[in-house]
Design a protein around this ligand. Structure first.
Ligand code: CTP
Length: 447
């Protein structure tokens, strides 16, 4: 029996796929089709696939052409599969001409003619609802947004506005396809959604105005510095059926999410302790050191270490103590210690003090270790008493990492999903409550 194998994503299955599968099948007696899994596609930068892996497998099955369907999980798997299934022919469309010649060592490689005029990319574009995004606040962070938006489908940046018109001008000069908005209203007029990257202290007003103007909002973290304000804004968004999302990069990082679901599934037993640390030594003349602009280490960095703590231990802590070193009215270093009913957690943040920036999650069966900078997780280890059980996990963190949150934001808008499990509204509200406790000097100890 002559066995043929072929691979693909098979998103929005189309005639090109069917022709290819038929041609591949005609090369032998038995056809194996490898369908990429969602993670694998995401890791190779394909962020916009519409159908999930189960839907794509079902679609390939429905063609009746595949004798066996397998899932493609990792780079190098093709060689393993060819040997495992004793494959005679590897077939793929001619758009890959030459790319798989390295498989000739293992079997015959055939590049089949590709059907002209159709592709999943084309179909996605044709049927895609485009979210028009407006940028509010054109400073440092906003500079990184255009290149990230480019790799996410279903969204384009239409306009930009900054309270300082010279900053808006510099921004739109740098990104000429973006309209310069002289008034905030002009930005609302051309957008469906607003990305807010203004200073922290303006977030509350900026979000409220944008929601009242009927716009979805993605706001840089920390969203607000007061729990009641956060609640009010989420209620307002819900009442108006708009998406309000806090732009916490780590919450949308694929590797971090994988770590969270693994720990929730019990791979290290019950979580008893979390230590999360983050620090960045910055120029002391910057806004991060300005009390009037809500500067300080906790406001600047706190929402990142709070994320794994709230995700894994919940938001119902019994006690939270802060230990801070202040300078010029802001904390240049803060250590926070939580007591939960069944766990203790601590975090360190620093703008004027450097710490080891790792994340350690300790459980009753083992612990997870994420080296610095853990907030952009691309690698972690699970460690156990018996070192033979240790496991290392490698991932990719693409670009500035904003693409993951932008993609989730757009997906929430298009699919009318009011909240995201990656950062629940109650977790975001609790982060704002922690900021408020700190502002009120609750359990604050100066060092
Ligand atoms: N294919 C083809 N003719 C087309 C489109 C795809 O023969 N018009 C082939 C590809 O060469 C590959 C298989 O179908 O062998 C699966 O390709 P896949 O990447 O899933 O399809 P595309 O439509 O090319 O997807 P995308 O636009 O996302 O790259």
């Amino acid at each position: 029996m002559k066995k043929v194998i072929t691979y693909g994503t098979y998103d929005l299955l189309h005639q090109g796929h069917i022709n290819l599968l038929r041609r591949a099948k005609d090369l032998g007696d038995y056809l194996i089709v490898g369908v990429t899994n969602d993670n694998f596609d995401r890791e190779r930068g394909k962020l916009n696939v519409r159908n999930n892996v189960l839907e794509r497998v079902e679609a390939v099955k429905a063609t009746g052409l595949a004798d066996k369907i397998i899932i493609e999980d990792y780079v190098g798997q093709k060689i393993d599969d060819i040997q495992k299934y004793d494959v005679d022919v590897f077939a793929i469309g001619s758009d890959w001409e030459g790319k798989f010649d390295y498989l000739k060592e293992f079997c015959e490689v055939v590049y089949l003619p590709r059907t002209e005029g159709i592709s999943s990319t084309m179909l996605r574009e044709e049927t895609q609802e485009i979210v028009r995004l407006g940028i509010l606040g054109c400073g440092r962070v906003a500079q990184r947004v255009p290149s990230e938006v480019k790799v996410v489908s279903g969204v384009e940046i239409v306009g930009a506005y900054d309270i300082d018109s010279s900053i808006t001008k510099a921004y739109t000069d740098r990104f000429p396809n973006i309209i310069l908005c002289r008034e905030l209203q002009n930005l609302y007029d051309c957008s469906d959604a607003i990305y807010i990257a203004t200073p922290h202290a303006s977030h509350y007003t900026d979000i409220k105005q944008a929601l009242n103007a009927g716009k979805h909002v993605l706001c840089e973290t920390p969203m607000v510095l007061n729990g009641d304000q956060a609640k009010e804004l989420y209620h307002l968004a819900e009442d108006r059926e708009l998406i309000l999302m806090e732009a916490n990069k780590t919450a949308h990082c694929p590797a971090f999410n994988h770590l969270m679901v693994m720990i929730k599934s019990g791979v290290i037993g019950d979580v008893v302790d979390i230590e999360a640390s983050l620090s960045q030594l910055l120029d002391k003349s910057g806004r991060e050191f300005d009390k009037e602009q809500a500067g300080g280490a906790l406001f600047e960095q706190g929402s990142y270490p709070l994320l794994p703590i709230f995700k894994l231990c919940g938001i119902d802590y019994v006690n939270l103590d802060f230990y801070s070193k202040m300078e010029g009215g802001v904390d240049i270093y803060t250590r926070g210690v939580f007591r939960f009913p069944n766990a203790t957690c601590s975090f360190k943040v620093g703008l004027g003090v450097k710490t080891e920036g790792c994340l350690v999650i300790s459980g009753t069966k083992g612990y997870a270790y994420v080296p610095a900078p853990w907030w952009k997780t691309d690698y972690f280890e699970l460690r156990y008493e018996d070192q033979n059980d240790n496991k290392k996990f490698f991932y990719k963190w693409d670009g500035f990492g904003l693409r993951y949150e932008i993609q989730e934001f757009v997906s929430c808008i298009i699919n009318h999903r009011l909240s995201s499990a990656r950062l629940r509204r109650k977790e975001s509200i609790q982060m704002a409550t922690v900021m408020e406790q700190f502002s009120n000097s609750n359990n604050l100890n100066l060092i």
